[in-house]
Design a protein around this ligand. Structure first.
Ligand SMILES: [Zn+2]
Length: 127
């Protein structure tokens, strides 16, 4: 059996790869939520989404996505998305790779109060 830490487990099942990393998994069971915090590693080099130029980090914006539930808990991915400073295009938010690839990630959550009624149900294997 492989024992994984929560952050490693979530990085693995969510497909989070370098320079992105899962820094924290917080269970807020009273709210029925699991909050997975993701950011770009300090040495990660953001690139301009328009021209690909690698530039310095300008700042970052907190964005949230809702993933499929972990068992009955709503799984919220909270990401510090950096903005890159491109000499040609100015400060732009970098692309979050897994958000484009996996459509279940693209449900943007504007406020944690938004609920996911009627969303896809997850099945928990117990056997
Ligand atoms: Zn650019």
């Amino acid at each position: 059996m492989v024992v994984m830490h929560n952050t490693t487990l979530y990085a693995s099942i969510l497909g989070v790869v370098a320079p992105w990393r899962v820094t924290e998994v917080r269970t807020e069971l009273a709210k029925g939520q699991i909050l997975v915090h993701v950011d770009m590693a300090g040495d990660g080099k953001p690139s301009c989404p328009k021209c690909g130029t690698v530039g310095p980090k300008h700042d970052h914006r907190k964005r949230r996505w809702r993933h499929l539930p972990t068992c009955q808990y709503q799984t919220i991915i909270e990401v510090d998305v950096p903005r890159v400073h491109c000499p040609e295009h100015g400060a732009l938010q970098v692309e979050v790779p897994w958000a484009e690839r996996n459509s279940s990630f693209t449900v943007s959550v504007r406020s944690p109060a938004q609920t996911c009624s009627g969303g896809p149900a997850a099945v928990c294997w117990v056997g």
